[in-house]
Design a protein. Structure first.
Length: 193
């Protein structure tokens, strides 16, 4: 990405985010610098998911640490951005931290974030959210509830989520509860080894 774009500080709709240029949508996706220029061969099951993508489809990418889950997930997200989707990369830890930072700010994020509305955008405005490292966040009642709520909310509102985790589906459902079970069972599944 050679160009920087301004991040709006006022509320923007899903259509506004979707109607940016491909380069601007990539900028706003905030793929971490370490992964930004990495490419990976997309396995056939993930390629099939991309080619048959419909609004609200989600993807569950799991495997052991260091197997390339994040690199694959951001590559899948890039393909969806190229198809005109708005997207955002956020780690599970970052999401929990953002929620806590809204507590004293009238449910808006402080200036250190790119937008005061970022939590709301992640919860339901961006077409696709890449939720990275789920299950690696500190396991508290709050974090388990909020990660589960995010996945459930996006599922109910026909918004896509790409989850990367070291947990298998059974362990994931056990940790985040029955309320995410339907959402997870409807996700495409890619096991990275």
């Amino acid at each position: 990405m050679s160009q920087n774009f301004l991040t709006p500080t006022d509320w923007k709709s899903a259509a506004w985010w979707r109607n940016r240029s491909n380069e601007e949508r990539l900028f706003h996706a905030k793929i971490p610098a370490r992964f930004r220029n990495m490419e990976v061969d997309i396995p056939p099951v993930a390629a099939h998911w991309i080619n048959n993508y419909e609004e609200g489809n989600s993807l569950f990418i799991h495997g052991k640490p260091g197997t390339g889950k994040t690199v694959l997930a951001q590559e899948v997200m890039r393909h969806l951005i190229a198809k005109g989707m708005s997207a955002r990369f956020v780690s599970a830890d970052q999401y929990i931290e953002m929620l806590k930072d809204t507590f004293d700010s009238d449910n808006l994020l402080p200036e250190m974030y790119s937008s005061p509305y970022l939590v709301k955008y992640v919860q339901g405005v961006f077409d696709v959210v890449l939720l990275d490292g789920v299950g690696q966040e500190r396991e508290t009642e709050f974090s388990v509830h909020e990660i589960g709520s995010l996945i459930r909310r996006r599922y109910e509102n026909v918004r896509s989520v790409i989850v990367t985790t070291t947990l298998g589906i059974t362990d994931f459902n056990r940790r985040y509860g029955d309320r995410v079970k339907s959402a997870v069972l409807e996700m495409g599944e890619v096991r990275v080894s």
